[in-house]
Design a protein around this ligand. Structure first.
Ligand SMILES: [Fe+2]
Length: 187
């Protein structure tokens, strides 16, 4: 991998540790996410993450991905996102910029299409080096509210994100299906 070799070795070591942490904690749960976040912090101190992302032979913002498994990405959020899902759990660490980060859990049983009852679980500030997470589906629900100028974040997901996402209006108790390109930044 040429000049990127050392960085990718550190990424692979992180992925191996993430698997170990998940096994130790019995799967993707609160304790595992906390431990993965702490393990991601030194990786998020690297100054070459954009080079690693741009040099990876993978789609878009991905740095590393297992088939149907752990996927590491460096994502830009230029402005406030909709309240959305990914079809995957995730742990994120701030890399550049500051945001409000909101995480919800879903409390209805999913039996009524288009309706959802959400409970706001966390509303925190995420600066470079701070971390947060969202749960596996159906509670993989979150929103980024970046300061002016946007943010860049290192994100580990449990599997590659699904093309169709759910987009929620928590106050109205509703959701709709949508695609990233047309829906992600529409409130
Ligand atoms: Fe997201």
């Amino acid at each position: 991998m040429g000049k990127l070799g050392e960085g990718y070795a550190e990424v692979e070591a992180f992925i191996a540790d993430a698997h170990r942490i998940l096994e130790e904690h019995g799967g993707p749960n609160e304790a595992a996410f906390e431990a993965i976040g702490r393990r991601m912090q030194p990786l998020a101190k690297r100054t070459d993450l954009e080079d690693l992302r741009d040099g990876a032979p993978l789609p878009g913002n991905w740095i590393y991905s297992e088939p149907d498994g752990l996927t590491l990405m460096l994502s830009t959020f230029p402005t406030t996102t909709a309240v959305h899902t990914h079809g995957a759990w995730g742990v994120m660490v701030g890399y550049k910029g500051t945001e409000r980060y909101r995480q919800w859990v879903r409390e209805d049983d999913g039996s009524v299409p288009g309706k959802a009852t959400l409970r706001l679980l966390r509303d925190i500030e995420v600066k470079p080096g701070d971390f947060g997470w969202w749960y596996p589906p159906p509670s993989d629900i979150h929103q980024q509210v970046p300061d002016e100028g946007g943010v860049l974040e290192l994100i580990l997901m449990g599997n590659p994100p699904t093309p169709h996402r759910l987009y929620f209006n928590p106050d109205a108790g509703t959701y709709e299906e949508g695609e990233y390109a047309t829906r992600h930044y529409k409130q």
